[in-house]
Design a protein around this ligand. Structure first.
Ligand code: SF4
Length: 662
């Protein structure tokens, strides 16, 4: 059974139904050997500003995530393979050749599946908690508990119609309140019943498929609860059943956390607009009060931007010797505010935040929730950037806290809190004029804010896009998202894959953390049309960029809306079309759910990072191929971006030939 070196993979497939230890150990070690180093980032990162900043920090002796990643080497193979179990105190247990089961008797399949489900539950909770805050804010705004206008009036009306609410004699505020109640109830319910959002949004074919497989979720809260329940010691013993709970998490994530959160946000703040901005570090000014917006929940950021535009603060900034207050976006809150309020310059995703701070150009760094690495504090101290946390779920020792209280109490104090933050930024500007600035001179233009509304405005409807897909001007469309991962040269596989796909006439939708390299390297501009194949160029007509930027991470909901509209015009199901989800450099728990949510919809997913499943041949085979029969989709992983791009092209060609399209 345990032939050491001479085994061949095909042969391995036939029998071993328990874990083949030798197999996984070699695979994980080879994977570990492929990990990038800081040196690689300095030499090969596609963004010259990134290479510059990593080198500069190195010279300055300031540590960042690339240093810390290198210091973690060699990475623990048990952890990487997913076969380390710390669920109970009979452990920790690890699967080795001589200990193929944990103390309780759990084997590699069960341990790997349980770990994966717990990570997915974390992702649902993260996006869900953020969505809940927005829903709750919408409710408070609707009921007059907080003085925020409901800006998405048209969205409120369309969602009311979608939910079948009677609109007679009701104000927009009343309807917004009812919508918030529905969204909150669906997310948190304990009593099973139909999910209105799912029924209204998901294609009927999908709903039948999920129902047949018994995967319909009760709601996000319950499915996270049940995932934690099933994975406690001595509970669910069947790894395949654990994977069913994994699927339910994927649906809860997409219906409540993503779609629900997106609906609430559009109702509250209005639909994103198309706008063109400058991007990358070269945009950093030295004569303005510079505030970074970092995180994932844009409520406070929205208020702070409005506040800084008030006469009083414009004057205060001038008196301090600045020409104004400028906002910069790091991560999703920055994107969210950018395409709704304008004039927020996108700089980096969360993983590059230390590089941004090290420019010395930021006076105040405002964070809300998620993607906030504790490592930023040391860098901020070094350059005397004040870090302000605004959310009780996301505090940092060493930061100043200016936020509303837990459970969103005193949200009506938002304007005062925003005043304090802007005042603090101006003060800090005055007191850190002597800090050395290092600003790499790279900046480009980026167009952002694509969604069904803005695209309908451009094309009239999605019919021209569907026609271009059918006639082959567009070979296929990918949704590019996820984050960046230190295992890979920062942003490199994202760029490499997109370069190959554009040449092959594949259109790219993007949003969230993976969209930053696209925005700051010029892909979200019509200037990037020369990167495309002839057919795609013909379709884009020099009017529209080849990479359509949809905004922040939850705008996956908007991207799926466009995929669905194209599918409707094509007369086919989304799952049968040349559509794919591509998250080459995902790293966090939400990244697991995001790709899963797409697979639930029938999109294949593509990655250059392995999930921690290599320790179980059964779970890995199931996830990487075995789900096709159930869901019509599977997960493709290869550390080589060229191979991933080729696989996408081959799969799109196959989908097209199945549809009898050329
Ligand atoms: Fe070990 Fe089982 Fe406890 Fe996990 S649940 S730590 S495998 S005894």
């Amino acid at each position: 059974m345990s032939d050491n070196h001479s085994h061949d993979h095909d042969h391995g497939h036939h029998h071993h139904n328990h874990n083949d230890f030798t197999d996984y150990k070699a695979a994980v070690k080879a994977y570990r050997d492929s990990f990038a180093s800081k040196e690689d980032v300095m030499n090969d990162a596609p963004d010259p500003a990134v290479r510059d900043m990593v080198r500069y920090m190195d010279e300055q002796g300031v540590e960042n995530c690339f240093d810390r990643f290198d210091k973690q080497k060699p990475h623990c193979t048990f952890g990487l393979a997913g076969v380390c179990c710390k669920i109970c105190s009979l452990g920790p247990c690890k699967i080795t050749e001589s200990s193929p089961r944990g103390t309780c008797g759990a084997d590699a399949d069960l341990i790997v599946a349980r770990n994966l489900v717990r990570a997915a539950a974390g992702g649902v909770a993260a996006h869900g908690a953020r969505a809940r805050e927005v829903m709750l804010t919408l409710k408070k705004a609707a009921e007059g508990d907080v003085n925020l206008p409901i800006l998405g009036k048209r969205k409120v009306m369309s969602v009311a119609a979608m939910f079948g609410l009677s609109t007679k004699d009701k104000t927009v505020e009343e309807l917004a309140g009812e919508i918030a109640d529905i969204l909150l109830e669906e997310m948190s319910r304990t009593v099973p019943g139909p999910q209105k959002t799912l029924q209204a949004i998901a294609p009927p074919e999908r709903q039948k498929t999920w129902e047949k497989l018994d995967l319909l979720p009760v709601g996000s809260y319950h499915e996270v609860f049940e995932a934690l329940h099933q994975t406690t010691v001595g509970t669910q013993g069947d790894w395949r059943k654990v994977m069913d709970q994994f699927f339910r998490l994927g649906l809860a994530f997409s219906m409540n956390s993503m779609v629900g959160g997106s609906i609430a946000q559009d109702c509250l703040f209005g639909m994103p607009q198309r706008t063109t901005v400058k991007a990358n570090l070269g945009t950093l000014k030295t004569d303005t009060v510079n505030i970074a917006i970092h995180g994932h929940a844009p409520m406070m950021a929205t208020m702070v931007i409005e506040t800084a535009r008030k006469e009083k603060f414009v004057k205060m900034a001038e008196e301090a010797g600045a020409t104004g207050v400028q906002f910069y976006g790091v991560g999703c809150s920055g994107l969210s505010t950018l395409y709704r309020q304008g004039d927020v310059i996108p700089l980096s995703n969360a993983n590059g935040s230390e590089l941004v701070i090290a420019t010395g150009a930021l006076d105040l760094w405002m964070t809300d929730i998620q993607g906030v690495f504790p490592g930023i504090i040391d860098v901020a101290n070094r350059y005397r950037t004040v870090v302000v946390t605004t959310n009780e779920s996301n505090r940092l020792p060493g930061a100043e806290h200016i936020g509303y209280r837990r459970e969103l109490e005193e949200m009506d104090k938002l304007p005062e809190l925003a005043d304090q933050i802007v005042t603090r930024a101006i003060e800090r500007f005055k007191n850190r004029r002597d800090v050395k600035r290092h600003i790499p001179p790279h900046e480009v233009e980026a167009e952002v804010g694509f969604n069904l509304n803005t695209l309908d405005h451009h094309y009239g409807c999605m019919e021209p896009v569907a026609s271009a897909l059918i006639n082959g001007e567009i070979k296929g469309i990918i949704h590019l998202s996820g984050s960046t991962n230190t295992r890979i040269v920062f942003e490199k596989t994202i760029v490499d894959i997109v370069d190959i796909l554009l040449k092959n006439n594949i259109l790219v939708f993007t949003n969230g953390c993976a969209s930053f390299p696209m925005a700051k390297l010029g892909y979200c501009s019509t200037k990037a049309l020369n990167k495309c194949g002839d057919n795609l160029q013909r379709f884009l007509k020099g009017e529209i960029p080849p990479v359509w930027h949809f905004g922040e991470s939850i705008d996956n909901a908007h991207a799926v809306g466009v995929f669905r509209a194209i599918a409707n015009y094509s007369g086919h199901q989304m799952k049968d079309l040349p559509f794919a989800s591509v998250t080459p450099e995902w790293f966090n728990e939400k990244g697991i759910d995001e790709a899963l949510a797409y697979r639930m919809l029938g999109f294949d997913s593509y990655h250059c990072v392995h999930a921690p499943v290599q320790g179980s041949k059964n779970v890995q085979d199931f996830l990487y191929g075995g789900t096709t029969d159930l869901l019509g989709s599977c997960m493709n992983v290869d550390t080589d971006p060229q191979k991933i791009a080729e696989k996408i092209i081959a799969d799109f060609n196959e989908a097209r030939s199945n549809l009898c399209w050329r």
